[in-house]
Write a protein that binds this ligand. Structure first.
Ligand SMILES: C[S@@+](CC[C@H](N)C(=O)[O-])C[C@H]1O[C@@H](n2cnc3c(N)ncnc32)[C@H](O)[C@@H]1O
Length: 312
């Protein structure tokens, strides 16, 4: 556990919708691929006393903080420090089968955002890190201080949809070294200024983009979706919560493609792809939190929930 923790707990999002999604899922394990502090997992174990949960998280601190609390579920919760992109291997090694349902609650937890020493936020001035697993990969400071200007532009543009990506990348390169969240936030703010009446900090998108790059989040989502779909039994449910349009687009496109029997270009008059649908989309219209939940838990305001069912 992080000794510098000024810890805020994480409030799980759209819990009743998540619980309902697994109501009709076939027997077998439920995999919580983004266990965090186990908010969704504990709700699942309470609601479904015959179920077992396999919880995966890249962040060993989060798992350590939850372990004690989960002892009350006896052997119904199995927790592992790993990447949900490797879900098939992790489940196989742990003897987790069959798998009746999978949950991915993407992004980071409030605890990670607000705990000192993690370097995710401009609200505290600290070392730029942003890794979910601080013992692997390179911290955000290394990206900011060593990547070429064009590479940074692409990160800010593609992972943050930041309109001023080019100007910000130039300012970053001119102001190196940048080791802290505070210095980076200040440089972005000085480069783009406050935007209209927006209450969002001008560095929000740059911080999101760096976090995605540092943790290779989009690659993981694609791998995790594919790996999870392989694992699920027939009629198993896959439930995904996203928090911004870029990650939601990846999930939506993956599910759409895997729901089709043909993925040939519309310019080809007949099918040559032999693609077969592997899932049925349950949420024809994406689910969003109620106004009541958003008022109570503002972090839920951008959440989108998608549910699909595996077809063998
Ligand atoms: C939004 S939080 C999940 C919160 C959780 N549902 C709860 O109720 O406490 C997302 C979690 O996913 C973890 N995470 C992010 N990318 C991951 C990956 N590729 N593999 C495993 N865990 C990941 C983060 O460390 C974080 O704890």
């Amino acid at each position: 556990m992080n000794p510098k923790s000024g810890c805020t707990m994480h409030m799980p999002v759209m819990v009743s919708e998540v619980l309902k999604a697994f109501e009709a899922s076939p027997e077998g394990w439920l995999i919580d691929g983004t266990f965090g502090l186990g908010g969704h997992s504990s709700a699942l174990l309470e609601r479904y006393p015959d179920r077992r949960v396999f919880g995966i998280d890249l962040d060993a601190d989060s798992l350590a903080m939850s372990k004690g609390r989960f002892q009350t579920f006896n052997n119904r919760a199995l927790l592992v420090n790993g990447n949900y992109a490797d879900m098939t291997v992790l489940a196989h090694e742990a003897g987790v089968e069959p798998v009746g349902g999978i949950l991915l609650d993407l992004g980071l937890s409030s605890m990670q955002l607000e705990t000192l020493g993690r370097g995710f936020s401009f609200r505290n001035d600290e070392m730029l890190d942003m890794r979910y697993n601080q013992s692997r990969g390179v911290p955000a400071a290394e990206v900011v201080n060593t990547f070429e200007r064009d590479q940074l532009t692409n990160i800010f543009l593609n992972f943050g949809e930041e309109k001023a990506a080019k100007r910000i990348a130039k300012a970053v390169c001119q102001n190196r070294p940048i080791l802290t969240t505070g210095k980076l936030a200040k440089i972005v703010q000085e480069t783009v200024g406050r935007r209209g009446k927006s209450r969002r900090h001008p560095a929000t998108k740059v911080f999101q983009a760096l976090r995605i790059a540092v943790n290779q989040e989009f690659e993981n989502i694609n791998k995790g979706l594919s790996s999870g779909l392989d694992l699920l039994v027939d009629r198993g449910k896959f439930v995904v919560l996203t928090y911004h349009s870029l990650e939601d687009r990846i999930v939506k496109q993956f599910f759409k493609k895997e729901s089709l029997d043909c993925i040939c270009s519309t310019r080809i008059p007949f099918c040559v792809c032999d693609h077969q649908s592997r899932l049925r989309i349950v949420t024809k219209k994406v689910k969003i939190p109620t106004l009541e939940e958003v008022t109570f838990n503002p972090r839920s305001r951008s959440a989108k929930l998608r549910i699909v069912e595996k077809i063998a």
